[in-house]
Design a protein around this ligand. Structure first.
Ligand code: HEM
Length: 163
């Protein structure tokens, strides 16, 4: 293969086509299967279908066949991840298993780097827990300003002023 030809192939073809993405997804899901935090997040007992969705998505993203969208429609990944709590820990575990899977492909740096940078960016972009948001206010001090006990505990109205 000449270097001129190299420039024209899709990233998908350059990394080794379907076989490479199959290995990537399989190796990644081996990590997930053994991960005590990530494994329970997957709703299906069988990780096989999830592995297939990730595999097809990545193939499509990098210029391979668009089987993913034929089966699943528009990826809308952020929306599809909303049901799952993805904080820094989930993201970092996901990336740890993906790192191992990428390493396994043993790609040259000019291919490995864009692949890895994309995966990191995508994983950070799917975090849906505002890590740096202030926690809910539950420990503020308050003063009871009035208390209505006429209906007993059940319907009691307690008015407080927060300070
Ligand atoms: C940041 C940490 C992440 C966690 C914890 C996570 C977790 C999950 C879970 C629990 C599912 C549902 C399993 C299924 O039914 O397929 C899922 C689906 C999926 N994830 Fe992630 N994910 C993460 C990041 C990513 C990233 C970075 C990508 C893409 C680069 C990705 C691509 C997908 C795809 C394609 C699906 C299947 C969507 C569908 O067609 O329903 N995920 N993910």
């Amino acid at each position: 293969m000449t270097s001129q030809h190299d420039d024209q192939v899709t990233f998908y073809e350059a990394v080794g086509g379907e076989e490479a993405f199959t290995r990537l997804a399989r190796r990644f899901y081996e990590g997930v299967a053994a991960d005590p935090v990530l494994r329970p997040m997957y709703p299906e007992a069988d990780l096989g279908p999830a592995e297939e969705r990730l595999r097809l998505f990545l193939m499509q993203y990098w210029g391979g066949p668009s089987t993913y969208s034929e089966r699943r429609g528009h990826p809308r990944l952020r929306m599809r991840h909303f049901p799952y709590r993805i904080g820094a820990e989930e993201r970092d575990r996901w990336l740890t298993h993906m790192r191992a899977a990428v390493d396994d492909l043993d790609l040259p740096p000019h291919l490995e780097q864009p692949l890895w940078e994309y995966l990191v960016r995508a994983a950070y972009g799917l975090v849906n827990v505002p890590e740096d948001a202030e926690p809910p206010v539950i420990n503020r001090s308050f003063t009871i300003t009035s208390r209505d006990r006429r209906d007993g505990d059940e319907g009691e109205t307690i008015r407080v002023s927060l300070s």
